[in-house]
Structures are given as structure tokens and as C-alpha cells.
Design a protein around this ligand. Structure first.
Ligand code: NAD
Length: 467
């Protein structure tokens, strides 16, 4: 391992990784597992310190929340990669058509080279170390740029990675949008971005200049469809959990609910009770995360103000005592009768506000979803499997959980990603491994091959072959 000073300018760091990746193209299983193992043990050893750093960044966010919603998924994902890596790396034999026989064919799985990862602040460990771990296991060098909105976490990640890895293997680069812009202009072999759709467009444009392929894990408005056949109390607990986890700052949080018209009062009662059960208090409750910044708090307040001003019914569902504005712990809210042109109904909410949109029949709900950009996630609650299948076959989304929220992200056997404006490319499990892998087709010709039958001159012999 070449020891390279961590203070290298961005371009020099990239060049060091690039040169190392070209000097060692064939990265054996033992080395990949060693790198993955170092990252796994770094996370295990420093889990508490990392969770406390996240807490310091949010102001309020209990280490247990980070353990349950961030570290657990990260660790499960890394364990799964470790378990299956040897099998995923193996070449795949491919059957050869008659006209090419007796050649043989296979697909060789190789590292891409240098992978860049840009991450968001909301789950600052899982969404950064997760793709980085898979990219390392796929044999790549990795440069990671975490969010500037979680400075304690990003600084700790950088220092721990620097202790465990040579800079030309894996490095964490800290900094704000200016560093991020410079980072996204580097000619990576692959650039993996998790963040907003707006910044995703900038990243895709910067990467295009280098013909760098990207994975974009973006956001959007994920609908939650409640069918008339559902158990409303059970559904409300699961919707409240998905919405209020991390105070709604979850990319796959249900953004709005489509509810059979007439069930509004019952849903309001059930959701209010569910919220109080999960979070008996809001102000000072460390399990109920703070809104990450003043700017985001102001944005969410403005969404509610506009909704109120335009005649929507905003219901504060916080238990007695309400939210704590000083600590940016925002009261959960339901918004009934939102006009379709409200910002609340166009922009990703990313906070504990849940608009409720009534529908008259499942076809209305399907049309409502299909008239909007394709969502990252879709949720359906009910017992009527025919209605469920109709909705699933007529809508396109990044992923789906039926009769719960969020949980498809925790299934490592399922690819995770968006579609359309919610992103492109998926990862997790083998799909993640393949995202960071060149699948190189190799045809091994035999000296007895019949290819000469197709050579010119295209005379009568050729006509007989084609005939
Ligand atoms: P963001 O887009 O503001 O920032 C993400 C990262 O991009 C940060 O590291 C930031 O420094 C960097 N960045 C900022 N400007 C940049 C530029 N011009 N060029 C390159 N990089 C730049 O997103 P955020 O606020 O950190 O995260 C919230 C968003 O992320 C939400 O939209 C959410 O839905 C989405 N998200 C998606 C997923 C997913 O898996 N699909 C997961 C979590 C969050």
C-alpha cells in the first residue's frame, strides 16, 4: 500500500487512485475482502461515536434511531456483500449458438477503476459507506464526498477512513457545494450520487462531459395508496412510522396519502393515535429527529403557511406539548383538501407533513399517480389482491412495499433505485456489485470455427450457406 498524504488536492488524489487502479486491474478476492473487512470493522468499532456525531449534526436524533434506521441497514448490506462476493466475482458461462461453435463464451466480471460517491445528510452513514463498501468489494478505488450538512459525521468518517485505508484505496473528501462541483467534474469510471433531483441534474451534466456513467439516487413524491379493503388502524401505524421516522427526512417516506373519499375522519383519528403511540412527546424526545437546518425548517413552515392560506385544513397531530421550535422538532401535521397546485403537492416534502388526497375509485388514484413524475417508492395498503395487482401493473415506481412503508429498502436481495425523475440505476446486493463492475463478454474462438463460411467473396458457396 502506497501511503499518500491525505491533504492532496482533489485532482492529485484522483490521479493517485486512477494510477493505482490501472496498475492493479485484477483485484483478487482476498484483497477485496480485506478492504471490505476494514470498513466493516471501522463501522463496528466506532458505531457509537458515529451515531453520536450524527446526533451532534442534527441537534436532536438519538443514537438508537441512527442504529435502527442507518447503521442496521448498512451493516446488513455489507455482511451480505461479504457472504456472496466470491460467487458474484466468478465468470458466467454463456451458451454458444450453433453458427459460432465450437467456440466458448463467458462474461468476465472486472472492477471499473475509480468510483466517486456523493452522499446526502439524511442517513449519512448508510447512503455513503453503503455504496462505497460495495464499490470496494467490486475491486474499485473509492473517493467519497459526504454532505456538508453533517459536518461532525463527515469529519469523523474522513479521519476513520484515513486511519484504515491508504488514500489511493479509499478516501473521504469533505466540503460544500464548491468541493462537490469540483468532485463531480473528475473523470471517474463511475459516479454514484444520492441527493435531490435538482442537484442530480447538475451531477449528471458534469459527469456527461467526461462520459462518466452515473447512478442517480434521487428523491420525489412517493404516494401511499390506502385501499378501501385495508385495516385503517394497522395501516396508520405503518404510514406514521414511515412518515415520521427521522421526522420525514427519508427519501422513500410516504409523501402523500391517497385515501378513499369519506374515510378522512377515521384516518385522522387513527393517524393521530399512531403518531402519539410512536412519539408520546415531540419537544425534547430524542427519538423524534430535528429538522436538519433552519433553512429546511423555514421551507417546511412556508409549505404549511401556503396550504393554510389556500384553504387547506392543516391538523397538528402532535400530542399535548407540541413541537419544539428552538430545537427544530417540528410537529407532525396532516393536510386535508390540498389544492393540486400547492407547492406541497409538487415539491418533495421531506418533513413530517402528510397531505391527504381523497379518491373515488382505484382508477382515479392510478391516474393521479401517472400524471406526476415517476416516484421513488409506492405504498399500497389493503386486503384486495386484485386491486393491488391492478395498481402495481398500471403504475411505474422505483420500488414498492405492500402493507407497510420503507421496508423494501432493507431487503438486500431487491435492487434499490429510482426511475425517471426519481433517479436511474439501482444498487444493493448483487445489483450493487454489478453497478460497479464491468461485465466483459469474452468469446474464445476454436481453430475449427466455421466463421470462414461468412468470408468474401460472396459467391455461390456463400449463397448455399445463407440459403
Ligand atoms: P442535495 O442534493 O442537496 O445534496 C447531496 C450532495 O450533493 C451533498 O453531498 C452536496 O454537497 C452535493 N452537492 C451540492 N451541490 C452540488 C453540485 N452542484 N454538484 C455536485 N454535488 C453537489 O441533497 P440532500 O439535501 O443532501 O439530500 C436530500 C435529498 O436526497 C432528497 O431529495 C432525498 O429524497 C434525496 N435522497 C435520495 C435517496 C435515494 O436513495 N434515492 C436517499 C436519500 C436522500
Amino acid at each position: 500500500m502506497t501511503q499518500i498524504p491525505p491533504t492532496l488536492p482533489l485532482r492529485a488524489l484522483f490521479d493517485a487512485q486512477y494510477n493505482a487502479s490501472r496498475a492493479q486491474v485484477d483485484v483478487p478476492l482476498a484483497l477485496r475482502r480485506d478492504r471490505l473487512g476494514r470498513l466493516r470493522s471501522l463501522v463496528d468499532t466506532h458505531a457509537q461515536a458515529l451515531a453520536e456525531a450524527v446526533q451532534a449534526d442534527f441537534g436532536v436524533r438519538s443514537p438508537q434511531l441512527t442504529e435502527a434506521a442507518d447503521l442496521f441497514v448498512l451493516r446488513a448490506g455489507m455482511a451480505q456483500v461479504d457472504k456472496h462476493l466470491a460467487r458474484w466475482m466468478k465468470p458466467r458461462r454463456v451458451a454458444t449458438p450453433l453458427y459460432l461453435q465450437p467456440a466458448s463464451a463467458h462474461i468476465q466480471r472486472q472492477p471499473l477503476g475509480v468510483v466517486g460517491v456523493i452522499g446526502p445528510w439524511n442517513y449519512p452513514l448508510q447512503l455513503t459507506f453503503g455504496p462505497a463498501a460495495t464499490a470496494l468489494a467490486a475491486g474499485n478505488r473509492v473517493m467519497l464526498k459526504p454532505s456538508e450538512l453533517t459536518p461532525h459525521t463527515s469529519a469523523l468518517m474522513a479521519s476513520l477512513v484515513q486511519q484504515a485505508f491508504a488514500a489511493d484505496e479509499f478516501s473521504v473528501v469533505v466540503g460544500g457545494p464548491d468541493v462537490a462541483q469540483e468532485f463531480s467534474r473528475l473523470p471517474f469510471d463511475h459516479l454514484f450520487f444520492t441527493g435531490s433531483t435538482q442537484v442530480g441534474r447538475l451531477v449528471a451534466a458534469a459527469a456527461a462531459a467526461n462520459l462518466t456513467p452515473t447512478t442517480l439516487e434521487l428523491g420525489g413524491k412517493s404516494p401511499c395508496v390506502v385501499d378501501a379493503s385495508c385495516d385503517l388502524e394497522d395501516a396508520s401505524v405503518k404510514i406514521a412510522h414511515g412518515k415520521l421516522l427521522n421526522a420525514g427526512q427519508t427519501c422513500i417516506a410516504p409523501d402523500y396519502v391517497l385515501l378513499p373519499r369519506g374515510q378522512e375522519a377515521a384516518f385522522e383519528r387513527a393517524y393521530t393515535a399512531a403518531a402519539a403511540r410512536l412519539f408520546p412527546t415531540i419537544a425534547g424526545n430524542p427519538d423524534y429527529a430535528a429538522i436538519v437546518s433552519e433553512r429546511h425548517q423555514a421551507r417546511l413552515n412556508a409549505l404549511l403557511e401556503e396550504a393554510r392560506a389556500r384553504g387547506a385544513r392543516v391538523v397538528d397531530v402532535a400530542p399535548a406539548g407540541g413541537g419544539g421550535t428552538a430545537a427544530r422538532q417540528m410537529s407532525p401535521a396532516l393536510v386535508f383538501d390540498p389544492e393540486p397546485d400547492l407547492r406541497l403537492m409538487h415539491e418533495e416534502i421531506f418533513g413530517p407533513i402528510l397531505p391527504v388526497v381523497p379518491y373515488d375509485g382505484m382508477d382515479d388514484a392510478i391516474t393521479f399517480i401517472n400524471l406526476r413524475p415517476r416516484p421513488l417508492a409506492l405504498y399500497w395498503f389493503g386486503a384486495d389482491s386484485a386491486a393491488r395487482d391492478r395498481l402495481l401493473s398500471r403504475t411505474v415506481s422505483g420500488g414498492v412495499t405492500v402493507n407497510d412503508t420503507l421496508m423494501h429498502v432493507a431487503h438486500e436481495g431487491l435492487p434499490f433505485g429510482g426511475v425517471g425523475e426519481s433517479g436511474w440505476g439501482s444498487y444493493h446486493g448483487e445489483s450493487g456489485f454489478l453497478r460497479f463492475t464491468q461485465q466483459k463478454p469474452v468469446l474464445v474462438q476454436s481453430r475449427w470455427a466455421m466463421g470462414h463460411l461468412f468470408y468474401p467473396p460472396y459467391g455461390p458457396r456463400f449463397a448455399r450457406v445463407m440459403g
